[in-house]
Design a protein around this ligand. Structure first.
Ligand SMILES: Cc1ncc(COP(=O)(O)O)c(C=O)c1O
Length: 421
């Protein structure tokens, strides 16, 4: 086909979700052009970030970016690696927890339990997936109830641990969320860390959605630096093009005892801490993309202060949207707005059942997405179907935010008449 192959790219673009200021779905970072340029160069250079030996600049830049990220969120001294995303980072963090508390790398888990892990009811699906893949078993992930703000209740965590201990089970780790996917709620990190310490548990923080907001609002993340491991996603709230996640941890020895298994063909030829450094001794992956280049270029170009301002703007926009929802007699805010996720729904007559409300709001969401003016996604809170706007988008303006309520109110009458409500 030669050059004609390019023609289909217009179709690819046309059938892609537009990345503009009105995209509020999922936790989808907006991407930014300087970083995209870095990504293009990364592909052209085609460096393999296995070890300093295979890519001196690439490895040095990744180690630098990891240090910048840890300092930016108040976790100075943590080290780590970039990953494909939060799911991979959570898997690695929990692999380290399991290997530290119930080592299984050599002899496996045959005929014995890997222990119990705790997380709130609002934990992201990546955690139960990780628990399954690590052979811990989802039955051994114990969910701790949340308060009305969807934050884990520490006293109930303590109680669950004690009950398990009394039954002869072995608690090994707790996963706290620094930004739950539904409502952006931040678990009480300091209190959870104290409980983890007193029971000798590993504390992993899933900050894939929220932790980078500590750049703008550190006061919301009190206790973050008490984690043993922490995942965060530059491809979400640092506006980097996909993909780029990150796992940070305080003890490099735990990463090495979990991930080091080196064939003779990969043995390092130098014992120098720089030249002998190998990411594959601290990570699942061997061949790795040069993810750090985009982050490095983008952070150097814009400066951390620009990211702080953009994150603060997202936080402000979320509050603006929440106020507009509260000011509308036809809408109802369904969750707290701790970070930038806003859950709400359109009201119906008082005598409408929950099932009818859910059906109506689902139809509303589908119609809004089909119209293509604003992109929202969904959540479920206490059985209620929510329209959900999540703002991790440096392109969003106040006008884009104001368009959300307008669009929902515009579309609602048509949907109501279609469903004969
Ligand atoms: C709280 C939380 N954890 C983990 C993840 C998974 O991250 P990724 O999609 O980068 O794998 C997400 C994704 O939205 C998330 O919001």
């Amino acid at each position: 086909m030669g050059d004609q192959a390019f023609a289909a790219l217009t179709d690819v673009i046309a059938a892609s979700r537009t990345q503009n200021g009105s995209f509020f779905g999922y936790v989808q970072g907006s991407g930014e052009p300087i970083a995209a340029l870095g990504d293009l160069l990364a592909s052209i250079l085609n460096q393999n970030i296995t070890a300093w030996r295979s890519s001196p600049a690439g490895v040095t830049i990744e180690r630098t970016v990891v240090r910048w990220l840890s300092e930016a969120v108040g976790c100075r001294g943590f080290v780590g690696t970039l990953t494909s995303g939060g799911s991979a980072a959570n898997l690695m963090g929990l692999a380290m927890a399991r290997e530290k508390k119930t080592p299984a790398n050599e002899n496996g888990l045959y005929n014995r339990s890997a222990g119990i892990i705790y997380a709130s009811e609002q934990v992201h699906m990546a955690v139960p997936k990780a628990v399954a893949m690590l052979g811990i078993g989802r039955e051994n992930l114990h969910y701790v109830p949340c308060d009305d703000s969807y934050r884990m209740v520490p006293s109930l965590l303590e109680r669950a641990i004690r009950e398990d201990e009394a039954q002869g089970r072995e608690p090994i780790a707790v996963v706290a969320s620094a930004g739950t996917v539904n409502t952006g709620s931040i678990d009480p990190l300091r209190e959870i860390a104290a409980i983890a310490r007193s029971h000798d548990l590993w504390m992993h923080v899933d900050g894939a959605y929220g932790a980078l907001a500590a750049i703008a609002a550190p006061e919301k993340f009190d206790g973050l630096a008490l984690a043993d491991s922490l995942s965060l996603d530059p491809h979400k709230w640092l506006y980097q093009p996909l993909d780029c996640g990150c796992l940070l941890y305080r003890d490099v020895g735990s990463a090495q005892s979990t991930f080091t298994y080196t064939g003779n063909y990969a043995k390092q030829l130098s014992s120098d801490p720089v030249e002998g450094f190998a990411f594959f001794e601290e990570s699942i992956e061997l061949s790795r993309r040069f993810r750090a280049l985009k982050v490095w270029l983008s952070m150097r170009y814009h400066g951390l202060h620009s990211f702080r301002a953009a994150i603060q703007q997202d936080l402000d926009h979320a509050e603006r949207l929440a106020r507009a929802i509260e000011d509308s007699a036809s809408l109802e805010l369904l969750g707290p707005v701790e970070l930038s996720a806003v859950c709400f729904r359109h009201l119906l007559d008082e005598d409408a059942s929950e099932e009818t409300r859910n059906r109506f709001n689902l139809a509303l969401l589908k119609r809004i997405v089909a119209r293509g003016r604003v992109y929202l996604s969904n959540a479920e809170l206490k059985g209620k179907f929510c329209l959900r706007a999540c703002i991790v988008n440096h392109l969003t303006t106040e006008a884009d935010v104001d368009a959300v309520v307008r669009e929902v109110l515009d579309v609602a009458p048509d949907v109501a008449s279609e469903l004969a409500m």
